[in-house]
Design a protein around this ligand. Sequence first.
Ligand code: G16
Ligand code: MG
Length: 214
Amino acid sequence: MIKACIFDLDGVIVDTAKYHYMAWKRLADELNIPFNEKDNERLKGVSRMKSLEIILDLGNVNLSQEEKEELAQKKNNWYVECISNMDKSELLPGVEEFIKNLKRKGIKVAIASASKNTKLILKKLNLEDTFDAVIDGTMIDKAKPNPEIFLKASDYLNVKPEECLVLEDAVAGVQAAKKAGMKVIGVGEKKVLKGADKVIKNFENVDLTLIEGI
Ligand code: G16
Ligand code: MG
């Protein structure tokens, strides 16, 4: 039986990917590296530094650790500027109602996001007091597809991994959840999120029957 649901943030609760893209695109343009929306798919769910390395690879650019840290910081400043105007209207359709229904049933809810800006985003969305646990990029050493972030969430919630259900939009996230021994519902395209137990397009018209018998 499912006792807790662990939500990814970007792509599940809110679409911050478009803001990440805007900031990365600005940096890539500045570095004269060709970078488009298709390339951007590879950055989803991946850490900030790993994302930068993917972009530098596209341009065959080699930099020192110090230079990379400077660029990652620059991108993050632009990104934070982009999300500073975000509000509740940017919540993905149906997800807030779904979370409310889970809580009414006594099912615990958590966030597990690679983003180091998770707390800021939850504040902007007015969701800072909604979750029983929030595990973000500042609290983990190993990024998805490593299961660390989900195991930490199950630990904080005091719910066994096999009683946790993860909701994820990224392939790396689905793999991480499976490695953690959890059930996983993919949010997005069935053909992309092959490893998930079930896949939904979004949370519109989704009720708790989704998690029954999973
Ligand atoms: C999110 C995004 C990733 C982003 C990562 C780190 O992960 O999907 O594209 O690179 O956070 O973000 P930041 O630069 O804010 O630390 P998730 O796990 O919420 O999908
Ligand atoms: Mg995601």
